[in-house]
Design a protein around this ligand. Structure first.
Ligand SMILES: [Zn+2]
Length: 256
């Protein structure tokens, strides 16, 4: 019997060292490749599915909510309460009016922009410092990080930059995004999960994010409203990213 001890020990040692190499490489991978899931515009149809998948998958996310949707959607207050009760969720401010989707008009009045954001704090029950995303603008204002929305032209930016600065000074950490799971006008996800995952792999190879190794993924609650496959699509994305060794970050740790 004793003659089997030696090879078995060798085998165990090899297995253990292989595991260590694997574990350290996945740890390195995880810290180098973190995805921050963010969901905008809730509470809406779809919010409940998002919350349920986050719980099932046990991954953190930021949900940037719109004050008006809390007050006008029939289940708004209930969904807001559910999101707040889930420790995985960081509730964020996405304005009160969502600029009524007329961004140029909205950002032409700095005082109104700041008060719209503060109004949303009241409705959402948030107090400074508040994680937030401006409606329609991919702008970052965080300690040591400030970036502009490259999709607007310089003239527009010159009219708007003071809005971003003063909102930030009013007690907000503003987050833009690195990449979006796009949706169609009727709220359906455009890229398939497979396409999205390969796009994400590709982007991490270039690693041109606002913070290297950290990708903020923008999605919208309404994309997951389908009662048949709304949950499945989001769960499939998260499962695929987990399998590929990505870590999921809490937005509060993003800029630290
Ligand atoms: Zn939005």
């Amino acid at each position: 019997m004793g003659r089997y001890d030696f090879p078995r020990n060798i085998f165990q040692t090899l297995l253990a060292s292989a595991f260590l190499v694997f574990a350290s490489s996945t740890t390195a991978l995880a810290t180098d490749r973190t995805i921050y899931l963010t969901f905008d515009d809730g509470p809406l149809q779809g919010t409940e599915n998002v919350l349920s998948v986050l719980k099932q998958e046990n991954v953190p996310a930021a949900m940037f909510m719109v004050g008006l949707h809390v007050e006008t959607s029939p289940r708004g207050r209930e969904l807001l309460a559910q999101a707040k009760a889930l420790p995985l969720v960081t509730l964020g401010n996405h304005s009160y009016t969502h600029a009524n989707n007329r961004y140029r008009v909205f950002y032409s009045n700095t005082r109104a922009v700041v008060s719209d954001m503060l109004h949303a704090n009241q409705v959402l029950g948030l107090s400074p410092i508040v994680n937030a995303r401006l409606p329609g603008r991919d702008v970052f204002r965080l300690p040591h990080i400030a970036t502009e929305d490259l999709s607007i032209n310089v003239a527009e930016w010159q009219r708007e930059w003071l809005d971003y600065e003063l909102v930030s000074e009013a007690g907000f950490y503003l987050y833009g995004w690195d990449f979006e799971w796009i949706h169609s006008n009727d709220g359906k996800p455009v890229q398939s999960v497979d396409t999205l995952v390969s796009e994400i792999d590709h982007l991490f190879r270039y690693n041109k994010f606002v913070r290297p190794g950290k990708m903020i993924l923008l999605m919208h609650d309404e994309m997951f409203q389908d009662q048949f496959n709304g949950r499945e699509k989001l769960a499939a994305l998260i499962d695929a990213l987990k399998q590929r060794g990505y870590a999921f970050g809490d937005i509060g740790s993003y800029h630290q």
